[in-house]
Design a binder for this molecule. Structure first.
Ligand code: GLU
Length: 351
């Protein structure tokens, strides 16, 4: 029988990392078995349905490179299936309450208004979509027995269920908004490359026990992912010409790379006091005389200025408009000669 798994987020907005772990685990499980991943949106509970929530999840999955083969299947569009399932359950022990709700034992299947609960909808879908394995966080472990009872009341069997350990915050509690920067969107906006998040999730695999979120590790993976980016790609994300990529190499996040990129292509104008003039003039001579420069040549110019007691802080300010940034040698190597000379002249106060 071919493997069919599903990832079933509620549309509450950008995925938190725990849910992203579930998504990655389902994708991998399917890929390793030549199986199918169905994306299901659990939107039967209005309290857990956020405007734009589904789109945010699809964006996150695309950004992470986690594709799906079928769906999105929306539970809000399957009321008829659930009504039918509830009807079947009524023939096998479910009862109708005076308020109209249908329940099996202690579990509500249909609410008084006739909408399906997560428990009924999830089981009816797992059966009707031919799901063979349910892979989800261990916070759902208590649901397994209840869902098996429902599956049998519907005349079926629950798929095999694998529960993985949860991601916890630094305080050892289940990851949630109060831990800050735990959603995929927050990491993306913070400049963590998708490859870093994905490799963090892949390394965790299907954890048997709960694990604490290791932000420092995500930070190191971000540095690795940026280091592994080809020049063209890094330059494109940072919005600079490819020739400037080398000067962005110290960036720890893509946001930093963008900031460094801005210093290179669009520096804040500066006016430096007369004390800076000898350094800037000497730089103009050295740079204009050097023609095409590689990084070693650029570093040689910086060394020479330093040897004569030049004011390297002033040179950096003149070239980048900032007190700190990429290695000065990398800046000098990246900027075309005319541009560097022009910036060194412009920074001098004329009187
Ligand atoms: N919508 C549920 C959640 O996001 C899905 C649980 C399940 O996989 O059965 O936790």
């Amino acid at each position: 029988m071919s493997v069919r798994v599903r990832f079933a987020p509620s549309p509450t907005g950008s995925l938190h990392l725990g849910n992203a772990l579930t998504a990655a685990a389902n994708r991998r499980f399917a890929d390793e078995r030549d199986g199918i991943l169905v994306l299901r949106i659990d939107d039967t509970d209005p309290a857990r349905t956020l405007e734009g929530g589904e789109e945010a999840i699809l964006d996150d999955l695309r950004w992470l490179g986690i594709g799906w083969d079928e769906g999105p299947v929306r539970q809000s569009e399957r009321a008829a299936l659930y009504a039918d399932a509830a009807g079947r359950a009524l023939e096998r022990g479910a009862v109708t309450d005076p308020d109209g709700a249908i329940r099996l034992g202690h579990t509500t299947l249909l609410r008084p208004g006739g909408t399906a609960t997560y428990q009924l909808a999830s089981v009816a879908d797992d059966l009707s979509l031919g799901i063979t394995h349910v892979i989800r966080g261990s916070d759902h472990r208590p649901n397994e027995a209840v869902q098996q009872l429902i599956a049998r009341a519907l005349g079926g069997e629950l798929p095999e269920v694998l529960h993985h350990g949860l991601l916890l915050g630094d305080d050892g509690r289940k990851l949630s908004k109060r831990h800050g920067a735990v959603s995929v969107a927050e990491l993306r906006d913070g400049g963590v490359p998708a490859a870093a998040v994905r490799s963090y999730l892949e390394d965790l695999g299907l954890p048997a026990h709960d694990v604490r979120l290791d932000r420092a590790r995500i930070g190191r993976l971000a540095i690795d992912a940026i280091a592994a980016m080809p020049d063209e790609e890094l330059a494109a994300v940072a919005g600079v010409p490819a020739g400037y990529a080398q000067a962005l190499r110290g960036a720890r996040t893509l946001v930093e790379a963008e900031q460094l990129g801005r210093q290179l292509v669009d520096p804040e104008p500066v006016s430096l006091p007369p004390a800076a003039t000898p350094t800037l003039e000497r730089f103009v001579e050295l740079r204009a005389g050097a023609g095409e420069l590689d990084e070693a040549g650029a570093r040689a110019i910086v060394r020479e200025l330093k040897a004569v007691g030049g004011d390297l802080r002033a040179l950096r300010l003149a070239l980048t408009g900032a007190e700190s940034g990429p290695a000065l040698g990398a800046v000098v190597a990246a900027l075309p000669s005319d541009e560097a000379v022009e910036r060194a002249r412009r920074a001098q106060v004329s009187d």
